[in-house]
Design a binder for this molecule. Sequence first.
Ligand code: GRF
Length: 204
Amino acid sequence: ARIAVLISGTGRNLQALIEACADGRIDGHIVCVLSNRADAAGLERAQQVGIATEVLSHRDYESREAFDTAMIARLLSHTPDIVVMAGFMRILTPAFIAAFAGRMLNIHPSLLPRHPGLRTHEAVLAAGERKHGATVHFVTEELDGGPLIIQDELIVRADDDVMTLAQRVMSGIELKIYPQAVAWMARGELELAGRQVRFKGQIL
Ligand code: GRF
């Protein structure tokens, strides 16, 4: 499968996907990494292994629609089968979501449907919740609200702070579940059917 990855920052999830493609866990290859920020560290991770990169700054466009139209064109030039959002920090327009409907995944650092949006680790600590985690889901028009594919959780410790929690969610959960979900997609085992997800033909 041909995989495009969208980033805005560090690219730790991107790195995990690069490694999973390299060692065969994902039957596919990353055909392009697109960032809306020229200084995203993830761009270097891609360049180091010879993956094509694209930088499109949203500031160069007069509207969200114009930016997304340009992104669609840039992505389509790489003919991706799967579009993976890995820390891409822009809200997508309906036109963008429609262009890749059923082929686009996102990872979110919370146990969705709890805590959509930003600052999830803060929210979990502020609410005194015992469980936290991360979720991979199909991207639909609802922000962080698309059908869930895989989720894993951890127990919040009494001495956890935002840093330790973010670190444990990233290394213990995100970097494991995202390559797994993308591997299923690449093998054609996942399908979005309306609001439902089918895994190997069975409704999840
Ligand atoms: C991750 O926590 C991801 O879940 C969130 O943004 C962060 C991206 O980190 N949406 P990285 O760029 O993969 O290191």
